[in-house]
Design a protein around this ligand. Structure first.
Ligand code: DC
Length: 239
C-alpha cells in the first residue's frame, strides 16, 4: 500500500511544478518532495563516477553494470530542502548543463526508477507531502488523495526556463531552451518505464499566463475542498 496523504503534481519541464509545489507545501504545512532533483543527483553521481550514459555509450552492457555499482554506493538524502549525496550537499550542481544533458537518459533506466520510487515512498510514509515529478500520480502514488497535472504552452515554459538560467547568471536563448525542452518532453513521454502522462483522475491545470500565486491558490483550494468534504462526511467542521 503506497502512502495516500500526497498531493501528486506531474507535468512537463518548465511548467512551474517546483515553485508551485514548494509554495503549496509550505502553505499546507506538508513536506516537499522534488523528485526531479533526485534524478538529477543520481545523474551528477554517475558523472562523478565517469559512467553517465553518454560516457559509456560504446559498451552499453558494461555501462549499465558500472551504473548499477555506482547506484548501490549512492546514499541520497533530502535534508531541509537540500539534496545530499553521500554526505555532500550537491544542490548547487543539479542544474548544470552536463546534468541536464544526461538526466533524461538516466531517468529512463528502470533500475534507477525502481530505487527512486522506493525512496520516494519511504519519504511519503513519514508524513503528508507535496510530491512533484513525471510519474507521481500515475505510478509512484497511484492512491494519492490529490492529483494534479500542471501544464503550460511550450513557448511559456521556454521563457520561464531562460529566466531561471538568467537568474543563475547563464545566458541561453529562448529558442535554444525551447529546443531542449521539446527534446526532453519527447524523451520523458516516450520512454517505456513510467512515461510522462496525465493520471486519469488528475486535475488538469494550464498555467499559461497565470502567476505562481494564482496557481498555488487554485491548488490550495483544491486540497482544502477535499479536506472539507472528508471532514463534513465525518461530521467535523473545518474552518
Ligand atoms: O523536473 P526536472 O526538470 O527537475 O526533472 C529532471 C528530469 O528527471 C526530467 O528529464 C525528467 C526526470 N524525472 C522523471 O523521469 N521522473 C520524475 N518523477 C521526476 C523527474
Amino acid at each position: 500500500m503506497t502512502p495516500t496523504q500526497v498531493v501528486a503534481i506531474d507535468g512537463p519541464s518548465g511548467a512551474g511544478k517546483s515553485t508551485v509545489a514548494r509554495q503549496l507545501a509550505q502553505r499546507l504545512g506538508f513536506g516537499f518532495l522534488d523528485t526531479g532533483a533526485m534524478y538529477r543527483a543520481v545523474t551528477w553521481h554517475f558523472l562523478q563516477a565517469g559512467c553517465a550514459p553518454a560516457e559509456c555509450a560504446d559498451s552499453q552492457e558494461q555501462g549499465v553494470a558500472r551504473m548499477r555499482v555506482a547506484l548501490a554506493a549512492a546514499r541520497l538524502e533530502l535534508v531541509a530542502g537540500r539534496v545530499v549525496m553521500n554526505g555532500r550537499d550537491v544542490t548547487p550542481h543539479l542544474r548544470t548543463r552536463e546534468v541536464e544533458s544526461q538526466v533524461s537518459a538516466v531517468s529512463a533506466l528502470s533500475f534507477v526508477r525502481a530505487a527512486m520510487r522506493d525512496l520516494q515512498r519511504t519519504v511519503a510514509a513519514s508524513g503528508p507531502v507535496v510530491a512533484e515529478g513525471r510519474d507521481m500520480g500515475s505510478v509512484v502514488f497511484p492512491q494519492a488523495r490529490w492529483k494534479v497535472y500542471l501544464d503550460a504552452a511550450p513557448s511559456e515554459r521556454a521563457r520561464r526556463r531562460s529566466e531561471d538560467f538568467a537568474r543563475q547568471g547563464r545566458t541561453v536563448s529562448e529558442a535554444d531552451v525551447l529546443e531542449e525542452i521539446l527534446v526532453r518532453d519527447r524523451l520523458d513521454s516516450t520512454r517505456s518505464d513510467a512515461p510522462l502522462r496525465q493520471a486519469e483522475d488528475a486535475l488538469y491545470v494550464d498555467s499559461t499566463g497565470l502567476t505562481t500565486e494564482s496557481v498555488v491558490a487554485q491548488l490550495f483550494a483544491f486540497v482544502q475542498a477535499d479536506e472539507r468534504g472528508q471532514a463534513d462526511a465525518r461530521g467535523v467542521v473545518v474552518s
